[in-house]
Write a protein that binds this ligand. Structure first.
Ligand code: COA
Length: 185
């Protein structure tokens, strides 16, 4: 499968990670505010190194479970504002999953939406995906609002289905089909 990076939007550049992005990734992944509703807690420097190593690895998106995570850079200042991920959940059935993590300093400016729409485009138009989902902790209203704004439909609300960080949590599942993407564009 092929896809083209970097991607330029009005305000942002979406590009592969570089080894020099370590400090920015550490700032993002070690923040308790950022990781509150994520599967992982604040990461240690050692864990961030592992995480960056994964992001530097070539990702052909041809095997179940692969994840393409791109750094999102505010072009005007060169700052790393966050990252967006497209997971190849099931290659044979062409099902993907989208994820987004932005630094709190850059929330509320539409950057996550501007970057995520490009990853949906990449998934549907370049990788030929049939369905892209988003999964989140039901308390993560910022994430639910973003998925709705992107045009995904809520398909499920699982009640206390995951034991995370010491408690049972609810999970929401959102989805968009390729045919819905075509109509939206
Ligand atoms: C989820 C997350 C990415 C959402 O970030 P966000 O900045 O709220 O998302 P958007 O890019 O859609 O921005 C929307 C906000 O920007 C505002 N905005 C300002 N300028 C804008 C513009 N030019 N275009 C669009 N929206 C704009 C919107 O009004 C909206 O504000 P509101 O939240 O007060 O209604 C962010 O909360 C985050 O990174 N959280 C931590 C990690 C996490 O939980 N990730 C999700 C895991 S499932």
């Amino acid at each position: 499968m092929s896809f083209s990076l970097p991607i330029e939007t009005d305000r942002l550049t979406l590009r592969r990670y570089l080894a020099t992005d370590y400090d920015d990734l550490l700032r993002l992944q070690s923040s308790p505010d950022v990781t509150r509703f994520l599967l992982y807690g604040p990461k240690t420097p050692e864990q961030v190194k592992e995480s960056l190593a994964g992001r530097l690895t070539d990702v052909p998106m041809d095997t179940d479970g692969q994840a393409l995570t791109v750094a999102v850079i505010l072009r005007e200042t060169g700052q790393h504002v966050g990252e967006v991920t497209l997971f190849a959940q099931n290659v044979e059935q062409r099902i993907g999953e989208i994820g987004f993590v932005f630094h709190p300093d850059f929330h509320g400016r539409g950057f996550a939406a501007e970057a995520s729409i490009e990853l949906l485009r990449l998934g549907f138009e370049e990788l030929g995906m049939h369905r892209i989902i988003g999964r989140l902790d039901a308390r993560n209203s910022g994430s639910a609002n973003l998925l709705r704004r992107l045009g995904l439909r809520q398909e499920a609300h699982f009640v206390k289905n995951e034991f995370l960080k010491g408690e049972w949590t609810d999970e929401l599942v959102f989805a968009m089909l390729a045919e819905e993407w075509d109509k939206r564009s």
